[in-house]
Design a protein around this ligand. Structure first.
Ligand SMILES: Nc1nc2c(c(=O)[nH]1)N[C@H]1C(S)=C(S)[C@@H](COP(=O)(O)O)O[C@H]1N2
Ligand SMILES: [Mo]
Length: 424
């Protein structure tokens, strides 16, 4: 079955109320308790009855310690814009960098806060009716003894670019007001999830996986939604998913999921569960708030219960701050990056006059793996204010539209972003 067939099938399961983990009834209770109609609404102080996936209640083998703040690494203002427990990369921080985003500027998206996990006592638990035996526990050393693979791929938040729904399209959306810095590309090393699943005794009856994190439970509006977790279809799990323990050649840093996280190429960032503690392998469809209440497309033109989605879209960014100052009357080299979750970037067009005239940007280096394509273009700016635009097209013919399709939670912004600069 393909991805679309999967999403459609699960939507039917969900509507039929046959879901385990987090049912439509749970969601309705939750929104009713909050005294609001929409599924996107923030929850109330009345705890809803949420039936957890099997074994959810069993304590994780390691007990994480909390650091002082929600994010452990330094967040200097020249590299990051901070939104509470989240920090986005400033695109000017990528100028002059190579293909990868160094850890010191890689964006962080935490629902709560980074846990400090002792990797010597940490265990990854695989359990559930979709395994022939179990539960099976893997230590950090055992994980490292499996054959390893390395892949260069992006992690990008589903809401990357969200603020442009408002600033560029005049629409109201809820969620973190990211510009375009909620993406990073790194070299991840780890064990294929398929290797682990087969080792643990994957049953022929397995259907869905539920990976969950060891970070504190996500509590919103006084309602405890449990550990951050999101169902992963077996098909994807067996295709290209990694249980990663290294990032850019070093052990995974605490903020990015140490000691191990999932890396799910091309899919929205929430799929790539950090601080992985447990993977339930179920013989039936699974749901969690992260594929029902959040990370669905809600709004006009979408089903009342929202449209499920997993795959990222196509975007471009200049390696410049918004309203950057450039020297007037001198040749400048504009640089940027474009990426698509549906295939390599074929070409990028750039406009320096607000979208009237377009020129092809020169590719820089090869687009590598499931990542982005760097590009550059020389420009002689006259004194004054200018608007830069970049529009990418991938090998499948997907191109960035002028307007992104609206959805209430502001996901999948793919439109061309207007980037103001001033030459003086
Ligand atoms: N356990 C856990 N995993 C998580 C999250 C989280 O809050 N807890 N955030 C998710 C989201 S929404 C994104 S976009 C990515 C961000 O990964 P990063 O912080 O390494 O950039 O992690 C995902 N994995
Ligand atoms: Mo995200």
């Amino acid at each position: 079955m393909d991805e679309f067939g999967y999403d459609l099938g699960r939507l039917h399961d969900w509507l039929a109320g046959s879901a385990r983990g987090f049912s439509r009834r749970d969601l309705l209770k939750l929104t009713a308790a909050a005294g609001v109609a929409g599924p996107a609404a923030q929850a109330s102080s009345t705890p809803p009855i949420i039936k957890q996936a099997a074994g959810q209640a069993s304590a994780p083998p390691a007990s994480p310690v909390q650091a002082a703040g929600p994010i452990v690494k330094p967040l200097p203002p020249e590299l990051f814009t901070v939104f509470g427990s989240n920090a986005e990369m400033r695109w000017s921080a990528m100028a002059g960098q190579g293909h990868l985003v160094p850890v010191d500027r890689f964006f962080v998206r935490n629902h709560t806060s980074t846990p400090i996990i002792d990797r010597d006592t940490w265990r990854l638990e695989l359990t559930g009716a979709g395994l022939r035996r179990g539960p099976v526990f893997y230590s950090y050393d055992e994980l490292r003894r499996f054959p390893s693979v390395t892949m260069t791929t992006a992690v990008e938040c589903a809401g990357n670019g969200r603020s442009f729904f408002t600033s560029q399209q005049g629409q109201t959306v809820s969620g973190t007001a990211w510009q375009l810095g909620a993406i990073g590309v790194a070299r991840w090393r780890g064990v294929r999830l398929s290797t682990l699943l087969h080792h643990a005794g994957l049953g022929r009856n397995a259907v869905d996986l539920m990976p969950s994190g060891l970070d504190p439970h996500y509590v919103t509006g006084g309602v405890d939604l449990g550990p951050v977790r999101r169902p992963l279809p077996l098909l994807k799990a067996l295709t290209d998913v990694l249980v990663a323990y290294e990032m850019n050649g070093s052990p995974l840093p605490p903020d990015h999921g140490a000691p191990a996280r999932l890396i799910v190429p091309y899919w929205i960032g929430i799929s790539s569960i950090k601080w992985l503690g447990r993977i339930e392998v179920a013989d039936e469809p699974l749901f969690s708030p992260w594929n029902t209440q959040f990370y669905r497309l809600f709004g006009p033109g979408y089903p009342v219960d929202g449209r499920p989605f997993n795959r990222q879209v196509i975007k471009s960014a200049f390696e410049l701050d918004r309203n950057a100052q450039l020297p007037a009357g001198r040749r400048v080299r504009l640089t940027g990056r474009s990426w698509s979750a549906s295939g390599a970037i074929k070409h990028v067009e750039v406009s320096t006059d607000g979208g009237t005239r377009w020129r092809r940007a020169r590719p820089v280096g090869a687009g590598e793996g499931a990542a982005w394509q760097r590009w550059e273009l020389d420009w002689l700016p006259a004194a004054g204010a200018h608007e830069l635009l970049a529009r990418a097209t991938d090998v499948r013919g997907n191109t960035q539209p002028d307007v992104a399709a609206y959805n209430e939670l502001g996901y999948l912004f793919d439109a061309v972003v207007r980037h103001p600069v001033v030459a003086a």
